[in-house]
Ligand binder design. Sequence first.
Ligand code: ZN
Ligand code: ZN
Ligand code: ZN
Length: 373
Amino acid sequence: MSEDTLFPPGRLAIAQSRCAQAGLDALLVTPGPDLRYLTGYEATPLERLTCLVLPREADPVLVVPELEAPAARAAPVGGWPVEVRTWQETEDPYTLVASLVPADAGRVGLDDRMWAAKAMGLRHAMPGVAQELAGPVLHPMRMHKTPAEIAELARAAEAIDRVHAQMSQWLRPGRTERQVGHDIAEAILAQGHVRVDFVIVGSGPNGASPHHELSDRVIAPGDPVVVDIGGTTLGGYASDCTRTYVAGAGAPAEFRALYRVLLQAQRAACELAGPGVTAEQVDAAARSVITQAGYGAFFVHRTGHGIGLETHEEPYIVAGSHRVLAPGMAFSVEPGIYLPGRYGARIEDILVVTGTGAERLNVRPRELAVLEA
Ligand code: ZN
Ligand code: ZN
Ligand code: ZN
């Protein structure tokens, strides 16, 4: 797929009109997912200022340090009619950016991930200009995926599914979480990602900590093990998938019962998800099953999060969110039950909302997988 399909040039004009509608005079976007989304440029976030200046009407300008110019010009934006303005080591890039913002500007939007040092630098260069977040302008755009973005998310999901498919080679009693995690990380790269984003191997009691990563704990026979893994594709899109395994025979009977509840909860949320349904309704579909079974207090996080150029982005699938799901939105459904000191379980798939429901991009079996040693 050509990069212009994944990062179409037309987004800049759409962002400009939304910027104007929001009453902002310019958007200032530094390296991160918003810059990648708007320009295709994956700039390294460093101390030197790189900043896309997107005025509400005038032509956009990409300000980059001289030494970064070849990389910027090699990105999709380098082939568009967008000026790349370089600055030398002894120049003040904040003054340069200020000179590109409309002279009568009263409010600018800064990308949500901008370093505080850069936000302060811009404040000092434009003391009379109010700073707000660009997220409310840009994130609704990012939340509605194009067919090319969905195809890339599907490729990411297939890649991480291929890693889960090999789990029996690595996950067995007598090995440490770290050893298993090392093998998983290699496979994440081998199976179609350019970056390992995270590897969670939560065995036994460690599984009760949802974001436990790796430790030197030796996996014991019959341990439930939560494996939540993700990486980023060459196109910049993230995978994120959890399966819960049992290492060898002998999982506790209560764990099996708990897992049946979890499986039912995850299925209920996936079946409910679709256009016109709110995020909180999807959360409630999973949560009510778990609560009715008596485990409500042990489901300690929201049901899911959007995914795209970031692993966690809008829409968040959480109680209190009245966001109405629409075709093209992509998010995780990942209920979990965590019993402190004992074990945990989570099942996670990425879903994309279609015209009639939601399609699961991850398709590995969800039943409790007992990996015989
Ligand atoms: Zn998480
Ligand atoms: Zn996950
Ligand atoms: Zn997730």
